[in-house]
Design a binder for this molecule. Structure first.
Ligand SMILES: Cc1ncc(COP(=O)(O)O)c(C=O)c1O
Length: 351
């Protein structure tokens, strides 16, 4: 049998998602939280987990978690879908709304999964370069959207990997278009404090995704949520796999929401460390940080970024090497870690 005759030609150039994890002491490459769960929450969670019936399927609608989220966010439960990471929900949105005449558009550079998921969903995908300030070019976007009958737009707000929030005005213009659905990915919202959540009443075409992987430190449990009008969540639920969020993750996220205030301390610490690291980078010769609204900083090196990356790794610090021809030439991205990890990073860089 020749497997080739069964393969999808449009996936021939797709590579399985892989991130290198060379040995390191400080992991500052994936925008995770540096803080694991506080011991008292871990204890409470262990007790709850000990009572779970593992042989039973979980609640397929994640009702309790959605109830808690709806109270915290002030949105209706029908406006919420939870998923196995926000990645899954972005993919589900594409499956539900990826008509054959739809065009998926996103800025470049941005979160790589938009392009990958669009390819998997057989969507026509177009990347529009950001301007020199890493912002959206309003005219270019509007004339691009004019060329399609059905637009799906993916905006990381703040943007990964550049770190900045785009001008809200351009996003409002996109949201004002009846031919466009806008998915605003607010994975880093807790660090930026800026959201479009209040726009739900005004814009029926607004979809917001968020995650427990960043500020809440639950990347290992894969929990994300999506907020949109019930007409939209209804369609997404059609393509969502049964029981997509496991029992363990549902309980963990519900438990964390009860201790929401505890995480504010972590967020405050990350924000003050972000300022410290940014100022240190700004004052250092040979590196140029870009302003950020997230829990990471993109910076350009005067010398070769891959060499700097390697040297940091020799010092035990793993960052993300984003160097490639174009706007990210000689760019690295560092996640804000604990004060000790950030010191290691800054000392390694000085070195
Ligand atoms: C912009 C953006 N959206 C979504 C995700 C993935 O989130 P999750 O862990 O909820 O799938 C990431 C992770 O790095 C991200 O940077």
């Amino acid at each position: 049998m020749n497997l080739r005759q069964f393969l999808r030609a449009d996936l021939a150039d797709l590579k399985a998602y892989h991130v290198d994890q060379p040995p390191h002491r400080a992991k500052l490459d994936a925008n995770e939280s540096p803080f694991d769960l506080p011991p008292e929450i871990r204890q409470e969670l262990s007790e709850e987990i000990a009572r779970l019936p593992f042989q039973r399927y979980p609640d397929g609608t994640s009702d309790l978690l959605r109830t808690q989220l709806s109270e915290r966010l002030g949105v209706d439960k029908a406006e919420l879908v939870v998923g196995n990471g926000s990645d899954e929900l972005i993919g589900n949105f594409m499956l539900a709304f990826g008509r054959s005449d739809a065009c998926a558009s996103f800025p470049i550079p941005t979160f790589s999964m938009y392009g990958i998921l669009a390819q998997i969903a057989r969507l026509k995908a177009v990347g529009l370069p950001l301007n020199a300030q890493f912002d959206l070019d309003a005219d270019e976007w509007m004339s691009h959207l004019d060329t399609n009958r059905t637009n799906l737009v993916f905006i990381s707000y703040p943007n990964n990997p550049t770190g900045n929030n785009f001008s809200a005005e351009v996003i409002h213009r996109m949201l004002s278009r009846p031919d466009t659905l806008v998915l605003l990915d607010e994975a880093y919202y807790e660090f930026s404090g800026q959201t479009f959540i209040e726009g739900r009443d005004r814009y029926p075409n607004l979809i917001i995704t968020r995650t427990f992987s960043k500020a809440y430190g639950l990347a290992g449990l894969r929990i994300g949520y999506l907020i949109a009008r019930p007409e939209i969540t209804h369609e997404i639920n059609k393509v969502r796999l049964p029981y997509n969020l496991n029992r363990f993750s549902q309980v963990a996220a519900t438990c964390l929401l009860k201790h929401h205030d505890r995480f504010r301390q972590y967020i405050r610490l990350i924000l003050s460390e972000r300022e410290r690291v940014f100022n240190a980078l700004d004052a250092m010769g040979g590196v140029h940080p870009f302003p950020t609204d997230a829990n990471f900083i993109l910076f350009r090196t005067d010398g070769s970024a891959p060499k700097v990356f390697q040297r940091l790794l020799e010092n035990g610090v793993l960052v993300r090497n984003l160097d490639r021809p174009g706007p990210l030439q000689n760019c690295l991205r560092v996640t804000i870690g604990t004060p000790e990890e950030n010191d290691m990073f800054l000392e390694g860089l000085e070195d």
